[in-house]
Design a protein around this ligand. Structure first.
Ligand SMILES: *[C@@H]1O[C@H](CO)[C@@H](O)[C@H](O)[C@H]1NC(C)=O
Length: 399
């Protein structure tokens, strides 16, 4: 190893150690407590408006159902003009563009025009339960307030308004507004997360996101491998970076597997992100297509038989087999054996996965349908075959 390489290695190790220390010093996000200004009593009063209190869109339907429910995600709707504004001071409004940068500790006030408004905001704000987020609905607008904002509140804030008649709100969002807000904190260049390590599947069939989000769009962000310590080249084609999302690996390769992390630097401060443990997964292009056949469609009682289930598929894609058979209810104990091997088929190398179900000394209860269920990461396919069991003849084998 030459001196340059040694120096690079030394520096990377040092950086890692510094980063570890930083990581340890940092209190976990969940336990983070910040002194909160007491809300004035009049702020706690429910608004006069008749709309339900909290109407943000979440995956689970809320019990307090508003009169209309969102169907189209707001990302599918392109608004003619934003209905979202920021309240800078009492009576002073600011149009919001694509993104906004505010210092942590500030209070964010957004206003969304419309009669039935729903909000979406970083999940952390909802989980936190400290009441720093307040939403109030008024007759013609809705207000979202985040008091004493932290770096963790960085993310997209959006609202959408529904067209409401006298009694019904129409399904589907009519108008939307969105803004990405960076809450800068010199101590937290990355949006804090709860995990020190995150396992990320590097699937062959889709891009992979490493969500190291920065709290300041001006931070310089690079991608690094932990062992051996080295910077990963980001060319914008195979891997690209977006300040609002993180790094995206567009073309997963086995060589990217391992532990990666992002490093941000700004004004002489350097920090590393959560570590991403990338696991390369050969993802099948489709669900398995099994074939099933019995060694004989008709067997004599007391004879042995077997049923074979075969799947041809891409190499290194695991296939799991399960069986359903007539003797199952009465606890007949057939046993199965599985194996997989690479074969050449139609000029291609394929993996032949096989499960053989053995039935020893057939009985009347073994007659019926034998179903093989083959599963890979894309799905499950079942195939069946029927086996008939004939009563034993007086002396079929000369016994
Ligand atoms: C299945 O049973 C048939 C008939 O008993 C036998 O010839 C064959 O070898 C068996 N197959 C396997 C895979 O054991």
């Amino acid at each position: 190893m030459n001196s340059k390489a040694l120096a690079v290695l030394g520096c990377s190790l040092l950086l890692l150690i510094v980063a570890e220390c930083r990581e340890k010093e940092k209190p976990p996000r969940a336990t983070e407590k910040k002194v909160m200004k007491e809300p004035k009593p009049n702020e706690l009063k429910p608004p006069r408006a008749t709309a339900p209190k909290l109407q943000q869109a979440t995956a689970k339907p809320s019990k307090a159902k508003p009169r209309g429910k969102p169907v189209a995600p707001p990302s599918l709707v392109h608004p003619p003009a934003s209905i979202l504004t920021r309240v800078v001071a009492r009576g002073r409004f600011q149009k919001v563009l694509d993104s906004l940068t505010l210092p942590a500790g500030d209070t964010l006030e957004l206003r969304c025009k419309g009669r039935a408004v729903r909000w979406r905001f970083p999940a952390y704000l909802e989980d936190e339960g400290e009441g720093r987020l307040r939403i109030k609905h008024f007759e013609r607008h809705s207000q979202l307030l985040v008091v004493d904002a932290t770096a963790a509140d960085t993310g997209e804030y959006s609202c959408w308004a529904f067209q409401c008649g006298d009694s019904e709100c129409r399904d589907g969002a009519d108008r939307t507004g969105r803004v990405f807000i960076f809450f800068t904190d010199p101590q937290e260049l990355f949006v804090p997360t709860e995990d020190y390590y995150e396992v990320v599947q590097l699937r062959t069939n889709r891009p992979t996101l490493l969500p190291c989000q920065v709290t300041n769009p001006l931070a310089q962000v690079t991608l690094h491998r932990e062992f051996p310590p080295e910077e990963v080249a980001v060319d914008g084609i195979d891997i690209s970076y977006d300040t609002k999302r993180g790094f995206t690996i567009h073309r997963p390769r086995p060589s990217y597997a391992g532990s990666l992390f992002c490093m941000a630097s700004l004004d002489g401060v350097r920090q590393i992100s959560t570590k991403y443990m990338l696991i390369y997964i050969n993802y099948p292009s489709s669900a398995p297509k099994p074939m099933v056949s019995a060694s004989a469609a008709t067997v004599w009682a007391r004879e042995n038989f077997n049923v074979t289930c075969t799947v041809f598929g891409e190499p290194e894609v695991a296939v799991d087999f399960t069986w359903e058979y007539p003797g199952q209810q009465v606890g007949r104990p057939p046993y199965s054996r599985e194996h997989a091997e690479l074969v050449r088929r139609g000029g291609q190398v394929q993996q032949e996965s096989e499960s053989v179900l053995y039935v020893d000394e057939a009985r009347a209860v073994d007659e019926g349908l034998y179903t093989c269920r083959a599963t890979n990461l894309q799905g499950t396919t079942s195939v069946s075959t029927r086996v008939r069991v004939l009563p034993a003849t007086p002396a079929p084998r000369g016994t």
